[in-house]
Design a protein. Structure first.
Length: 642
C-alpha cells in the first residue's frame, strides 16, 4: 500500500526548562504542565488543528493551512501571557516553531522532512515566542496583524544549507532577543591561507589567525567565533553566505600570508555575509618585525568598519599585545601549533618551543602563559599533576606579573586552581578573564563547570550556551554542553548536543559514553548501555564506574561486580582509579568502601574527584554526613541535590 503524502503545516511546542524545573519541584512542575495542556488543547481544537502526539512537555500538531497554524500559535502565547500576568503562580513559558511541507502518514503518527524541520525551528524561538520558516511566512505575511522579523540565516542540524527563519514580533516579546539573534554582531576570522614558498610555514598562517581572533575578541559588542570552530573551514570551498549562516555571523575576515625569509606579505579582506561583497581589502608588505603592527592595523580597521567602539582599556590591551621579539613570537606560534594537536608528545614539544621563546625574550608574558597552560594540559594524558602543576603555576604567575591583562593567563590560572580545589578563587580568575576577553569560549565553559558543581544550574547552563554561541562547530564545546545538560537533568538537550559532538568527531569515546548515560537516564537503558560499553572498550579503567552504573540500571548486578573486581586488580597508574572504584562501590550500595576510596582520591588530589558534586553515580552517598564533609573539604558547599 502506497504511503499517504500530503502538504501540511506542522507546529511544535516545547516547555522551556521543563526537565530542570521537574527536578527542582516535580509536583508544581507537573501541575503547571497539566494547566498548560488545559490552556493549549482547546485552542488547537478551535483552530482546527490535529494533535498528533504529546511530547511530554509539548505538542506535535498538524494543520491544513499555515495561517491556521500561525493564528493558533499566537493565541496560545497570548493566552499563556495573560495567565502569567495574573501572578500568584509559577510562570509557564513555551517556544513554538512552524514549518510547511510534505508529510507522510504512518499510523497515527506523521513523518517527513517537514516534521524534522519544524522540530529544529522551535528551539530558535525565544521563551514565549514563535518562529516560522520562510515557507510559512510566504503564506501569512500579509494576513496577520503581528510583524514578522527576519533572523540571520540559521543553520539547523540535518539541514544542508542555512534556512531563512522569521520571528513573530508579539507585543510582549518586542525587544526580547531570540535564540538566533541574542548575541551581538558576529565576526568570524577564517584561517588565513599559507602561500609561503615553504609549506612548513603553515604554523605562521595559523598563528596569525589565532592572534587576530585573540585581539578582536577583546572588543565589546562584537561576538567573535572561537578558533576551534573557524578551523573547520580551513581550505573550504563553501560560500561565504553558507559559512556565515552556519556560524551566525554578519561579517567574515579572511586573507593569506606569504613568508619568505624576513619578508611578509599579508592580505586581508572583510566581507559582508548578506551581500557577499568586500567591505574593504588591503595588502601589507612588511618586515617580519612589523607583524605586530599589521595585526593592530587590521584590528583597528575591522573595529572601524563594524562601528564597534574601542574602550580605553581595550585600546590599551591591543597596543600591549603588539609588543615583542619577532623571533620569540615565531617560536610561540610553533608551540601553539603543536599544543593544539592535543597529544602528549605534541604538548611536550610545545613546551620546548615556549621555553625557547622565553630564552629569546625573558619578558614575554604570552610565552609564560602558554608554557603554564601546556604543563596544565599534561594532566589530560595521565601525567602526575603533583609534578606538572607546580611548574604550571610558577609560569602562569610569572605571566600575570608581567601582564595582568592576559585573559589566557587567567584561564590557565583557573585550571590550576581546580586541582587545588580552590573553586571560589578559580571563578574569580575566570570572571577576570571574561572582563578582558568576553569572547573566550573556554572561560565560559570552565565557569559553567564550576557553577554546576556549586549547584548554580541556571548560571551554569547560561554560560555553556554562551560558549556554544562563540564556538558552535567545536566538538569539545558541543560535548561539554551536552555533559552540562546531562548532569543538570535535561536529557533531551544533552542528547542533542552530544550527538552534535559525535557528528563532528565520531571517535570521541568520552562523549559517546555521556550520550549512553543520557539515554540510560532517559529510560532508554538498552541503547544507552550498549553505547557506554562501546566507549568503555576504548577508554579503559576511567569509564568503569559509568559502565557499572549502566549495568545496575539494567539490573545486571553481576556484571557490575565483575567491573569492581577488574578495577581493584588493575595495576595501571591512573589519577581516576580511586574515584572509579569509589563510584562502583557507590552504585553497588557499599557506602563504607565507597567513602574510603573517595577519601583516598582526596589525599591524591585527583582532578576527577570534584565531579562527585554532580555525578549521579554518587547519589546514594548524598545523605551521608561523611560525604557532605568531603564536599566541604573541597569547598563544594552547595552540591546539587539528588
Amino acid at each position: 500500500m502506497a504511503a499517504t503524502r500530503r502538504l501540511a503545516a506542522i507546529m511544535f511546542t516545547d516547555t522551556v526548562g521543563y526537565t530542570a524545573s521537574t527536578q527542582a519541584d516535580e509536583a508544581h512542575t507537573l501541575q503547571s504542565l497539566r494547566e498548560q495542556e488545559e490552556l493549549v488543547r482547546p485552542l488547537i481544537s478551535a483552530h482546527h488543528g490535529r494533535e498528533i502526539k504529546s511530547t511530554g512537555d509539548g505538542f506535535l500538531v498538524e494543520f491544513d493551512s499555515a495561517l491556521k497554524a500561525t493564528h493558533c500559535a499566537v493565541d496560545i502565547q497570548r493566552r499563556i501571557y495573560d495567565r502569567n500576568a495574573e501572578g500568584g503562580l509559577p510562570p509557564i513559558r513555551i517556544r513554538i516553531g512552524i514549518h510547511l511541507g510534505d508529510v507522510v502518514q504512518n499510523g497515527a503518527d506523521i513523518l517527513g522532512d517537514a516534521v524534522n524541520i519544524a522540530a529544529r525551528i522551535e528551539p530558535v524561538a525565544e521563551p514565549g515566542g514563535i518562529c516560522l520558516s520562510a515557507a510559512v511566512r510566504e503564506q501569512v505575511w500579509n494576513k496577520i496583524t503581528d510583524k514578522l522579523e527576519k533572523l540571520p540565516p540559521t543553520a539547523l542540524k540535518g539541514v544542508q544549507v542555512p534556512m531563512e527563519i522569521y520571528r513573530v514580533v508579539l507585543p510582549w516579546t518586542v525587544g526580547a532577543p531570540s535564540a538566533a539573534d541574542s548575541a551581538p554582531t558576529g565576526l568570524a576570522v577564517l584561517p588565513f591561507s599559507n602561500i609561503s614558498p615553504d609549506p612548513k610555514d603553515e604554523y605562521f598562517a595559523d598563528g596569525l589567525t589565532e592572534e587576530l581572533i585573540s585581539i578582536l575578541s577583546q572588543l565589546r559588542g562584537l561576538r567573535v567565533i572561537a578558533r576551534t570552530s573557524v578551523m573547520q573551514y580551513k581550505a573550504t570551498s563553501k560560500a561565504v553566505s553558507q559559512i556565515g549562516g552556519e556560524l551566525r555571523v554578519s561579517s567574515i575576515l579572511e586573507g593569506s600570508v606569504r613568508k619568505a625569509g624576513n619578508r611578509l606579505r599579508v592580505t586581508a579582506q572583510l566581507i559582508d555575509v548578506e551581500s557577499e561583497g568586500h567591505v574593504w581589502s588591503d595588502t601589507y608588505d612588511r618586515e617580519l618585525d612589523d607583524i605586530f603592527a599589521v595585526q593592530r592595523e587590521i584590528a583597528d580597521r575591522v573595529a572601524s568598519s563594524l562601528k564597534v567602539r574601542l574602550l580605553d582599556g581595550e585600546m590599551r590591551r591591543m597596543k600591549m599585545g603588539g609588543r615583542g621579539n619577532a623571533e620569540a613570537y615565531t617560536l610561540l606560534l610553533k608551540g601553539r601549533f603543536h599544543l593544539h594537536r592535543w597529544e602528549r608528545a605534541s604538548a611536550e614539544l610545545a613546551i620546548k618551543y615556549f621555553e625557547e621563546a622565553i630564552a629569546r625574550d625573558p619578558g614575554y608574558a604570552a610565552a609564560y602563559a602558554d608554557l603554564g597552560k601546556a604543563y596544565a594540559v599534561l594532566r589530560y594524558f595521565d601525567v602526575d599533576p603533583t609534578t606538572t602543576y607546580p611548574k604550571a603555576e610558577e609560569y602562569v604567575l610569572r605571566a600575570l606579573e608581567l601582564d595582568d591583562s592576559s585573559a589566557e593567563a587567567h584561564v590557565a590560572r583557573a585550571i590550576i586552581l581546580w586541582s587545588k580545589y580552590e573553586f571560589a578563587a578559580r571563578d574569580k580568575e575566570l570572571e577576570r578573564a571574561l572582563e578582558l576577553n568576553p569572547n573566550s569560549a573556554e572561560a565560559h565553559l570552565l565557569l559553567s563547570d564550576g557553577w554546576s558543581l556549586m549547584g548554580r544550574r541556571e548560571d551554569a547552563l547560561r554560560e555553556v550556551e554562551k560558549a556554544l554561541e562563540l564556538d558552535p562547530l567545536s566538538e569539545e564545546t558541543a560535548g561539554n554542553a551536552g555533559t552540562a545538560y546531562l548532569y543538570a537533568g535535561d536529557y533531551d538537550r544533552a542528547i542533542r548536543h552530544l550527538e552534535d559532538a559525535l557528528e563532528l568527531d565520531p571517535k570521541n569515546m568520552f562523549f559517546l559514553e555521556n550520550l549512553g548515560l543520557a539515554h540510560v537516564q532517559k529510560g532508554l537503558i538498552r541503547e544507552g548501555l550498549e553505547e557506554v560499553k562501546r566507549a568503555a572498550d576504548t577508554l579503559g579503567p576511567t569509564s568503569l564506574r559509568d559502565l557499572a552504573y549502566a549495568y545496575v540500571k539494567a539490573g545486571k548486578l553481576e556484571e557490575a561486580r565483575g567491573l569492581l573486581t577488574k578495577a581493584l586488580r588493575s595495576n595501571k597508574v591512573s589519577r581516576a582509579r580511586s574515584v572509579t572504584i569509589g563510584g562502583i562501590y557507590a552504585v553497588l550500595g557499599d557506602t563504607e568502601n565507597a567513602l574510603q576510596w573517595l577519601e583516598r582520591a582526596y589525599d591524591e588530589r585527583s582532578g576527577y574527584l570534584p565531579s562527585i558534586g554532580t555525578d549521579f553515580v554518587f547519589d546514594s552517598l548524598r545523605g551521608d554526613p561523611r560525604f557532605r564533609s568531603l564536599l566541604q573539604k573541597m569547598n563544594l558547599t552547595r552540591p546539587v541535590s539528588s
